[in-house]
Design a protein around this ligand. Structure first.
Ligand SMILES: [Zn+2]
Length: 248
């Protein structure tokens, strides 16, 4: 039986909106770097006050996962405002995909958790459409407000068009997730309560670490789920602004 990670072709790019998003897909990063090493990581935003500090945290985190220092790329855009830089992101990303000859990209799920996460996915989807083809796009869940009053962490919003795969996790993978969460000292106030919803990073992804293919032609003008999105509670962004950007 083939492992879920076996279907992922290299070279692979993991595109994150923020430093610390990588915790949610750390096991797969580690597995892929162990297997073929052709893994790069890029971050769209530089984080708030502790920008440099957060870059250093990400350096430590992904180097622990086996990703080389010269395979890390920082776009350094303002945190929380990625949507305002959509065109610039698409341009830079397209160049990066070509330069690294990327054939698989992983991005945060389109789930209304954070506008920067959804923007990251939209940007890659647009870049891929500009390129000749042959690039597979995958997503991994962070947090959303689908069918819950609080947050769902690390679980996809169901999508009949895509099958969820789980990267199996051993004890050492769970310990690694916990270790990574400690690297992000500047984010502790946010991460700890979030991961705490699942009983902490050790308990996150009990069934394994989920990922799935993004259906080709996904319509980004449609809300990821009915009802108010997570970011509509804690940011000034509304889905209408996102959909408007997509239309243009
Ligand atoms: Zn994030």
């Amino acid at each position: 039986m083939s492992l879920p990670e076996d279907e992922v072709k290299a070279p692979v790019l993991f595109l994150f909106a923020h430093h610390d998003d990588e915790i949610f897909i750390a096991t797969l990063i580690r597995r892929l770097t162990d297997e073929h090493g052709q893994v790069a990581c890029a971050w769209l935003t530089r984080g708030g006050l502790g920008g440099r500090e957060r870059e250093a945290e990400s350096h430590r985190a992904v180097e622990t996962l086996g990703v080389g220092r010269n395979s890390l790329f920082f776009f350094r855009l303002p945190d929380g405002k990625a949507l305002d830089y959509l065109d610039e992101i698409v341009n830079r990303l397209t160049r990066l995909l070509v330069k690294l000859r990327i054939v698989s990209v992983f991005v945060p799920a389109f789930e209304g958790g954070h506008p920067d996460h959804d923007t990251a996915q939209l940007a890659v989807a647009l870049s891929i459409r500009l390129l000749p083809g042959g690039i597979s796009l995958y997503e991994f869940p962070l947090y959303n407000r689908y069918h819950t009053r609080l947050f769902r962490v690390g679980e996809f919003i169901p999508d009949a068009a895509s099958t969820t795969r789980w990267t199996s996790m051993k004890l050492r993978d769970r310990l690694l997730k916990r270790k990574l969460s400690h690297f992000f000292a500047s984010q502790r106030l946010i991460l700890v309560p979030l991961l705490g919803l699942k009983g902490g990073p050790m308990m996150l992804h009990l069934k394994g670490e989920p990922f799935r293919r993004v259906p080709v032609g996904r319509d980004y003008r449609r809300r990821p789920h009915a009802g108010r999105l997570a970011y509509e509670y804690f940011t000034r962004y509304r889905f209408g602004q996102f959909a408007e950007k997509v239309r243009r």
